[in-house]
Ligand binder design. Structure first.
Ligand SMILES: Nc1ncnc2c1ncn2[C@@H]1O[C@H](COP(=O)(O)OP(=O)(O)O)[C@@H](O)[C@H]1O
Ligand SMILES: CC(C)(COP(=O)(O)O)[C@@H](O)C(=O)NCCC(=O)O
Ligand SMILES: [K+]
Length: 257
């Protein structure tokens, strides 16, 4: 069985893949100081809680935080006796090499999203990932990542307003009832929610115009469901897209070893 690990700047997600389906998905916050033993304590407690018989033989890791990879490697080696595949490292093969400026390190999560989305939908895609950052990954017709857009994430923007303006409280994102807010919280929620609706719409429109072709918009990430429910922004929403991409890259490496 495969243990797929997706470390974002905010959350770290573990999923167990039995070759056909994900048996469980476990989530914790990302901390570079978490040790291999701490990962195992957390992991084994939850796996036992869910009554899952997991016989892990393989581990694949995608991490946007380089510092967590060391402890995750130790975790894989110590508890599963395996050498993990780490996306973005030279020894990890990709189904399609990215076409970007020389020397550019594309975020591994974006390479994984690209592989997952191409496997499900074919090419000419825009993958929108609402993570710590809001990223747009452009997938060409042949499946290669050819660039994209990075914007500040929704929660990051909310936090920035609170940090920089003495009179603005911390506000959780939600779908506003109306555009014109009649109190401070409603004003902020409106600015962020409708601001991001506009940001996503404008960027996707411009990407399609620049590439001069129809493209399918695939959304993923923690906050995608919020935007999906009240604005007509995406063609599909897939909360397991990154995990699916990890299984695709893992299989590709096994088949081409
Ligand atoms: N259901 C939710 N409601 C509100 N915020 C959420 C929800 N799910 C995730 N988030 C927040 O969305 C942001 C992105 O989460 P995530 O996609 O896990 O980010 P990353 O992959 O960068 O770690 C984080 O700030 C997280 O706390
Ligand atoms: C843009 C990101 C910070 C997004 O990370 P996330 O929101 O998933 O934590 C990450 O993909 C990254 O560090 N990228 C490196 C630069 C690039 O992709 O061009
Ligand atoms: K992400």
């Amino acid at each position: 069985m495969l243990l797929a690990i997706d470390c974002g700047n905010t959350n770290t997600v573990f999923s167990i893949w039995d070759g056909t389906r994900f048996l469980c998905t476990l989530r914790t916050s990302t901390h570079h100081a978490r040790t291999a033993d701490a990962y195992f304590t957390w992991y084994s407690t939850l796996v036992k809680h869910y009554g899952i018989e997991a016989d892990i033989t393989d581990v694949i890791i995608s991490s946007t935080v380089p510092r967590v990879v060391f402890n995750l490697r130790v975790f894989a080696d110590r508890f599963f006796r395996c050498r993990p595949i780490v996306v973005g490292k030279p020894e990890c093969l990709l189904p399609h090499d990215p076409r970007v400026d020389e020397g550019t390190q594309v975020g591994p999560d974006r390479l994984v999203n690209t592989a997952g989305a191409f496997d499900r939908h074919g090419g000419d895609l825009i993958v929108v990932d609402f993570g710590t950052a809001t990223t747009f990954d452009v997938v060409a017709s042949d499946g290669a990542y050819v660039g994209g857009v990075i914007a500040p994430g929704v929660n990051l923007s909310l936090e920035a307003l609170h940090m920089a303006a003495a009179a603005l409280p911390h506000v959780d994102i939600s779908v506003p009832q109306q555009v014109v807010g009649t109190n401070t919280v409603a004003c902020i929620q409106s600015g962020i929610f409708w601001g991001y609706v506009g940001l996503v719409r404008e960027i996707c429109t411009r990407i399609k115009a620049e590439r001069d072709r129809p493209m399918t918009i695939v959304a993923t990430g923690g906050l995608a469901p919020l935007f999906q429910q009240s604005a007509d922004l995406f063609d599909v929403m897939e909360d397991d897209l990154t995990m699916h991409g990890l299984t695709v890259i893992h299989k590709f490496n096994k088949d081409n070893a």
